[in-house]
Design a protein around this ligand. Structure first.
Ligand SMILES: CSC[C@@H](O)[C@@H](O)C(=O)COP(=O)(O)O
Ligand SMILES: [Zn+2]
Length: 176
């Protein structure tokens, strides 16, 4: 979560994400440097701080590795994007007011080199394309919002929408 204009709270690397407590959280500046601790922040801190830098209104970032996210990322990686059209739940994403909108969730190649991923996100944003979240191939999702409640809503909506697309592909026996 964002703490102020220059700081965020992130999880300490390697902690059990299902059992997080106050001792598993630390403070970083928006360059990802620890503040007031020698703990090591999440290996993907650069992706979190990028969101806070690029979206001044972002108050929280969530990253998860669900099965649906992982499978969908592999299926849609050749296209580079999952395009949602016609789903009422698209309206759960801030700024979307109708199912008749187009909501793109890009899929970026996975890498252990965070600057490469940061550059891909920057390139997408610098091209002027809307971005409310993204998949990393074979890995998971990042999404954000103005506060934790909106961010949780975005995560739930993307998870639901990805499962719907996967169900359709299964039922149709097709590939994207
Ligand atoms: C083995 S779980 C995957 C994690 O290594 C990685 O993807 C991630 O999200 C960062 O983990 P972290 O524990 O925050 O450093
Ligand atoms: Zn991850």
């Amino acid at each position: 979560m964002r703490l102020d204009a220059g700081h965020a709270a992130v999880t300490i690397s390697g902690r059990d994400k299902g059992r997080l407590g106050i001792d598993d959280i630390m403070v970083v500046d928006l360059d990802g440097h620890p503040v007031g601790t020698e703990a090591r922040p999440s290996a993907e801190t650069a992706l979190h701080t990028q969101v806070y830098r690029r979206f001044p209104a972002a108050g929280a970032v969530l990253h998860t590795h669900s099965r649906a996210q992982s499978v969908a990322s592999r299926l849609f990686a050749p296209r580079g994007v999952v395009r949602f059209e016609g789903w009422e739940l698209q309206k759960a994403i801030a700024g979307y007011t109708t199912h008749a909108s187009v909501l793109d969730l890009p899929v970026f190649p996975n890498t252990q080199e965070m600057p490469e991923l940061v550059a891909r996100v920057d390139a997408w944003l610098d091209a002027g394309k809307p971005l409310h979240g993204y998949l990393i191939d074979g890995h998971g999702i990042y999404t954000w919002g103005k506060d934790m409640a909106e961010t949780r809503r975005h995560l739930e909506a993307f998870e639901f929408l990805l499962n719907c697309e996967l169900d359709l592909l299964r039922l149709k026996g097709a590939t994207p």
